[in-house]
Write a protein that binds this ligand. Structure first.
Ligand code: GTP
Ligand code: MG
Length: 264
């Protein structure tokens, strides 16, 4: 996914390394190229700008320019900053709580919430946990049935569907069932909307109040590119997100969403 970004940066790095002495102007020129490479990879503008500013400041430091291998040093500074931005940790779900551990999936329509709910449930089940999945999606016809079918496929229980019940009541019922039937983990799959809107946010907050999730995961389609940052910012202003799941990493996304996310 980061292939074209790597290629671009590799070119900039080679030119830097290939030189003996470097002036501040050389470094600033290279950093402009880094910035363009980031933007072309769909990294959000404020993120790219902040990154380049920080790295430039470090790289034009006297110790770097006066060193024997200034090019190498500048490359190392950019590399370290990239690694830091992307992070090396892929977090685990926090299941280490008094059961049931509750994970709530939020995100825009079609971002992959239901798929992610199913994938995570399967993983958690493999660890020997008793999992209950519940769909709170009452907007899209057959959304609850979709989760029930997936549940049957992966042999994970789903909350029985009660026609006409609203999301907050479904969440309350899921919590009651989980406690009564001794489930270790509850996965709440919420409804998506085309745009971030207040109705979605209010519903999400009400569900979070009832279910007190240990994890609230924002599911984002990595093809969203730069706009992913706006989505993440909007959601995180409403509920305390504990993590972000990027879906469709198998697609042709240019990687910018992933880089930008880490920075937000
Ligand atoms: N290639 C690919 N497709 C995915 C991935 N995750 C989800 N999809 C597909 O994207 C489509 C939508 O996924 P869902 O999980 O139903 O998305 P959702 O967020 O639950 O959608 P709504 O409930 O309508 O808001 C489905 O066709 C999935 O198969 C992924 O990581 N890679
Ligand atoms: Mg869904």
């Amino acid at each position: 996914m980061f292939d074209s970004l790597s290629d671009r940066l590799g070119g900039v790095f080679d030119r830097l390394r290939g030189r003996g002495a470097l002036t501040e102007a050389d470094v600033r020129g290279a950093m402009r190229e880094v910035r363009i490479a980031l933007l072309e990879a769909d990294v959000a503008l404020p993120v790219a700008r902040a990154f380049v500013d920080k790295v430039t400041e470090e790289a034009v430091g006297q110790n770097v320019l006066r060193s024997v291998t200034p090019g190498q040093q500048v490359v190392k500074i950019v590399n370290d900053a990239l690694v830091e931005m992307l992070g090396s940790d892929s977090a685990d779900l926090n299941l280490d709580v008094t059961p049931p551990a509750v994970t709530m999936m939020v995100g825009l329509q079609g971002s992959g919430k239901t798929t992610t709910t199913t994938k995570l449930s399967r993983l958690v089940k493999k660890r020997g946990k008793k999992v209950l999945m519940a769909s709170l999606d009452v907007n899209r016809p057959a959304a609850q049935e979709q989760l029930a079918v997936l549940g049957t496929q992966i042999e994970v229980a789903t909350l029985p569907i009660v026609a006409g019940q609203q999301p907050v009541d479904i969440a309350r019922r899921a919590m009651q069932s989980a406690k009564l039937q001794g489930f270790d983990v509850v996965m709440l799959d919420t409804a998506g909307r085309l745009h971030v809107d207040q109705a979605l946010m209010d519903e999400m907050k009400a569900v979070a109040d009832i279910s007190k999730p240990d994890e609230i995961l924002l599911v984002v389609d990595s093809l969203t590119g730069q706009d992913a940052v706006n989505v993440a910012t909007n959601f995180s202003q409403q509920v305390p997100l504990t993590g972000v799941v990027l879906t469709r990493m198998d697609g042709d996304a240019r990687g910018g969403a992933a880089l930008s996310m880490r920075a937000v």
